[in-house]
Ligand binder design. Structure first.
Ligand code: COA
Length: 374
């Protein structure tokens, strides 16, 4: 048996940001146009008027202040309301592969390793831009990695489930190392025309290099233990898929072909699931709340993170104990907890213990207990 360790992480951040103010101006212009175009149906009670969005609501309900996106113009155009991403030739790198490549190169550089040191690539993300060939294999090819690669999707929990898969393979000895990459183009599956959710997501890519601890070239985080759990729910759902064309109205502009959620129910049901999951994981591994130096949580909603942090630690987290990045990045699905880990883990000391946790659609929850070694 070998000890798996996180030896490097990397984050690719798109150049464009959209502030809440910009987002609300665009949405309200869209809503006004919609209401004007459907004046008669609205007056007849056949369809509902689209109410305005508000900056104040967005910040208070979520804690989000801005989001990074690959394309800003299409999203903010009231006649479009989605990103415009040019079609690429099959001979050019796909967008997900390009974003993941940047993050992966940063993770390799941080670990002081090259492609020759990597045996496998797992592309773990909420959405995959094509059915096949696997995006992971394209990333493997772009990096010049031997071995194998595969895609997997557990929505917002994809990164921790991917880390578990890689850690288990390293533990068993079947591979020496793996890159887990999480390119998330959330702007392309978000319904920007729905004020209930138009503020939620942003785009990013993260990468985590996992190796045998004995092969680490510098400081690393030993993966002490991983735990995954799922429990079916329709409260976060997207019906887009390969059967779309075969359904009578499948190719129509249908609301359910983008991200949909019952936010209140998600809030109520996921919080106890996650709090209990983390408490059980820690207790089974003999980790006390007082042992935890840091919590890197999924980045969906500030109130949710405040609640989980308080439950896990048994008190309100001190500044820096449970870092949030959602105010800058919004919800970046599986990448959120890895961005937090990547940006807020360097200052930990030898022997410090922390916990990465992601959760979301499925429902799904994944936790990783790590210990710093200098
Ligand atoms: N601007 C102004 N008002 C808005 C609005 C907006 N953009 N969006 C919704 N509202 C209104 C609603 O219509 C509702 O009005 P009503 O009371 O008259 O019916 C009111 O504000 C409250 O809306 P609600 O959706 O109940 O807000 P909320 O406090 O539950 O916050 C979320 C919404 C989505 C931020 C919150 O439910 C959440 O974060 N849930 C979990 C999300 C999550 O983690 N999902 C995982 C995804 S991977």
């Amino acid at each position: 048996m070998h000890i798996p360790a996180i030896t490097g992480t990397g984050v690719f951040t798109p150049q464009n940001t959209i502030s809440n103010a910009e987002l609300v101006v665009a949405f309200n212009a869209y809503a006004d146009k919609f209401n004007a175009a459907h004046k008669d149906q609205i007056a007849a009670g056949e369809i509902q008027e689209k109410p305005h969005s508000s900056e104040d609501f967005i910040f208070k309900a979520s804690g989000i202040e801005q989001r990074y996106v690959v394309d800003k113009e299409g999203i903010l155009n009231p006649d479009m309301m989605h990103p415009m991403l040019p079609q690429r030739s099959d001979d050019d790198p796909s967008l997900m592969a390009e974003m993941a490549l940047d993050a992966a190169q940063k993770a390799l550089a941080q670990a002081g390793k090259t492609a020759a040191d990597v045996d496998a690539v797992i592309c773990a993300a909420s959405n995959l831009e094509r059915a096949y060939p696997a995006v992971a294999i394209e990333i493997q090819d772009l990096l010049g990695i031997n071995g194998f690669a595969f895609d997997m999707n557990v929505a917002c929990s994809s990164a921790t489930f991917g880390i578990r898969a890689a850690a288990d393979m390293i533990r068993s000895g079947s591979i020496k190392s793996a890159l887990v990459v999480n390119p998330e183009i959330c702007s392309a599956h978000l319904e920007w025309r729905d004020r209930d959710c138009h503020f939620i997501f942003g785009d990013v890519a993260t990468a985590t290099l996992i190796e045998r601890a004995e092969n680490a070239s510098g400081p690393y985080f030993e993966i002490k233990s991983t735990r995954c759990a799922t429990d079916f729910s329709n409260n976060i759902r997207n019906n887009n898929g390969f059967l779309r064309r075969s359904r009578p109205d499948g190719t129509a502009d249908r609301r359910d072909m983008q991200f949909m959620q019952n936010g209140r129910k998600v809030f109520k049901e996921v919080l106890p699931m996650v709090s209990t999951h983390i408490a059980d994981h820690m207790s089974d591994e003999g980790v006390q709340a007082s042992d935890l130096k840091r919590l890197w949580l999924h980045q969906a909603n500030k109130s949710m993170n405040d609640f989980i942090g308080k439950k896990v630690l048994g008190r309100s987290p001190e500044a820096g104990e449970q870092p949030n990045i959602l105010q800058d990045y919004a919800n970046t699905s599986s990448a959120g907890s890895i961005i937090a880990f990547s940006k807020y883990s360097d200052d930990l000391n030898d022997g410090d213990v922390g916990l990465i946790c992601s959760f979301g659609a499925g429902y799904s929850v994944g936790s990783v207990i790590v210990e710093r070694h200098d």
